[in-house]
Design a binder for this molecule. Sequence first.
Ligand code: KG4
Ligand code: ZN
Length: 334
Amino acid sequence: MDILAIETSCDETAAAVVRDGREIISSVVATQIEEHRLYGGVVPEIASRRHCESICAVIAEALDKAGMTAADVDAIAVTYAPGLIGALLVGVNYAKSLAFGLGKPLIPVHHIRGHIAANYLAHAELEPPFLCLAASGGHSHIIEVSDYTSFRTIGRTIDDAAGECFDKAARAMGFPYPGGVFIDKAAKQGELGKYHLPKPHTQNPYDFSFSGLKTAVINLIHNAKQKGGEIDVNSLAACFQATVSEILTEKFIAAALEYGHKSIVLAGGVAANSGLRETLQAAADKNGIKLYLPPLSLCGDNAAMIGAQAFYEFQNGNIADEALNAVATLSIDS
Ligand code: KG4
Ligand code: ZN
């Protein structure tokens, strides 16, 4: 089954053709990051307008690279939630028109389910059940995936998401938006242990809290500036990245042990972080747990991951009609 998938939930206009949920036939991502960088974050109105301008060309390119026309695909899939409402609406309306014009099924996909499914494209043997840590610009969730379309959140951030914390700390350190990748690079030159940063406590042991850590970084920089002191940005990046990696790893592994999962999966933009990948791999090995990491090319937003999840949503009978609407906030739980 060949699915044409469309993703426009944030600042990437993306389209892909995916076969049977597991094979990428083509994948095209047009990013708007350079434009949003001027404002230090994604400007929703600009994102919607750029999606409108790019979507036809991006879909045409994905079909062209697959050597297909829209008539050749078996279904159209689209991210309908969660995300920026104006941005989502561009993809949803395009997908609706295409599906009904061609008389093909329309498959609605939850963005975070897509991030998790990115792993199916890279690991042929991966099947639920498993425990997942989804860490992106808007999410830090520990999710039990009992089947391809059955999800249960067992922990989540009570304030900032991990990616948001990376981006805000990066901004304070003077890096451009989105700063996660710049912290990752700087951390490689830094000295671990030079700065002490807090690990916040949460009532539910599997919840996360990152706002205190973000504030600690901002205060540290602010205080140094006031005293005319110097901050060693590389070392601060290294200590910050190590702290975030330890917080995510400790809770994720503890949850895997308590819930009896021998397979765990990392997903979302923050899954690209080299420190997190290493820390998590070491902890998984120590505890005899098999860790699946998405390839770097599939960590950030893309449509291939949406096409992968769509295959399983379709098999589960999750097909939309013309009443499908975009939803800005929606739990992943089923
Ligand atoms: O999944 P994603 O592309 O978009 C959302 O659905 O939010 O995640 C974007 C987030 C941003 O906060 C970005 O800074 C972060 O992922 N990110 C990273 C790295 N690459 C992307 N954070 C830490 N280290 C990285 N290498
Ligand atoms: Zn995402």
